[in-house]
Design a binder for this molecule. Structure first.
Ligand code: PLP
Length: 356
């Protein structure tokens, strides 16, 4: 604390990201990173951008509009470039959406158990919000989002539960909230949910947010997107150009673009993660865990006889990192990211030792 702090800084409760341990070979299943390297084309594209002239291109500012990238990703989704926004990770895209689209007189709504960055942005930008309880088995009931408000924000699949909503339910939500923005955060959509991008032409209130951090293995490059009606995209662009005109650096732009040019890598990588998720789910159930059905690259699991915080601490002592949230309703759950088969086996062996 300092007398030089602004009022707002005094009142902030910042988001706490998962630990990045300084160990040589941790089994790192705590931040939903992809266990596989990105497409080799990503590395080639970065090398090409650096060139043979000592990285001379780095002297120059990048394209402030990320035009080539937005064009390619829009095309990938069957959209026009005016319907695509790119930002420095989808966290930044979401932050702009709070300021550009969710800050109105009426409160916005999001689930009581969801991505813990949402209340942080709401506080930062002074956006009023109401949380809507998930039902007893952690499912979202879209009928709970009918009260007219300032907007609705949901991850699909939800985090940290991993549960997905079918597209028909997203459509119910859009129809019930025609006068408010509905933002669907699709960080994990590629691991088993249906994307709402195909609904964009029919619903001018829909904004779909995606990231290259999870399914495309590019968390370290910080590239995220929003897709929606050109008027929504323009609102995000106005905020971006009032904040940082060059959010995506040169290497990030070429890396993300190259990733969308390798569909085969993408499909194979997602299929491997999904197969490991199903194996790990069965192994955890055999150990007595209740596992929430997951459409994401993590599972959310609870053991009826073992305290979750104690399990997380015991695993950490073995250099295996999982995520525990000290929050109401979920403080007996662990969120476990899907690793390689070897990493998942190391986790199961450790759990066997602890509770088997
Ligand atoms: C990981 C995650 C994001 C943020 O991803 P970026 O790395 O900032 O693109 C957004 N929403 C949810 C629900 C996430 O889990």
């Amino acid at each position: 604390m300092s007398r030089f702090w602004s009022d707002i800084v005094h009142r902030l409760t910042p988001y706490v990201p998962g630990e990045q341990p300084a160990l040589a070979h941790p089994v790192k299943l705590n931040t939903n990173e992809n266990p596989y390297p990105p497409s080799p084309r990503v590395v080639e594209a970065i090398r090409r951008e650096l060139g043979e002239d000592g990285g001379a291109s780095l002297r120059k500012y990048p394209d402030p509009t990320a035009r080539a990238l937005r064009e390619a990703v829009a095309k990938h989704h069957g959209l026009r470039i005016e319907q695509a926004f790119a930002g420095n990770g989808s966290d930044e895209v979401l932050a702009h959406a709070f300021q550009a689209l969710l800050k109105h007189d009426k409160p916005i709504a999001f689930p009581d158990i969801t991505y813990s960055f949402y209340p942080v942005y709401a506080q930062l930008y002074g956006v009023e919000y109401e949380t809507v309880p998930l039902n007893a088995d952690f499912a979202i009931d879209v009928d709970d989002y009918r009260a007219p408000g300032g907007g609705v924000l949901l991850p699909n699949p939800n985090a940290p539960t991993g549960r997905a909503l079918p597209l028909s339910e997203i459509e119910v939500l859009l129809k019930a909230n025609p006068d408010a923005p509905v933002i669907i955060d699709e960080a994990y959509v590629d691991f088993g949910a249906e994307s709402a991008v195909n609904l964009i032409d029919a619903y001018p209130n829909l904004l779909v947010v995606q990231t290259t951090s999870k399914a495309r293995s590019l968390a370290g490059m910080r590239v995220g997107f929003a897709f929606g009606d050109p008027a929504l995209i323009e609102a995000l662009t106005r905020v971006k150009d009032s904040f940082n005109s060059y959010p995506l650096d040169r290497l990030a732009q070429v890396a993300a673009l190259a990733s969308y040019e390798d569909q085969a890598w993408f499909e194979e990588s997602c299929a491997k993660v999904i197969a490991s998720r199903e194996t790990l789910t069965a192994q955890l159930q055999a150990l007595g865990f209740d596992v929430v059905p997951s459409a994401a690259n993590f599972v959310f699991a609870k053991h009826p006889a073992h305290d979750a915080a104690a399990l997380a601490a015991a695993l950490k002592a073995k250099e295996i990192f999982v995520r525990h949230f000290k929050l109401q309703r979920i403080d007996q759950h662990l969120r476990i990211s899907i690793g390689t088969p070897d990493e998942c086996n190391a986790l199961v062996a450790a759990l066997n030792g602890l509770i088997g």
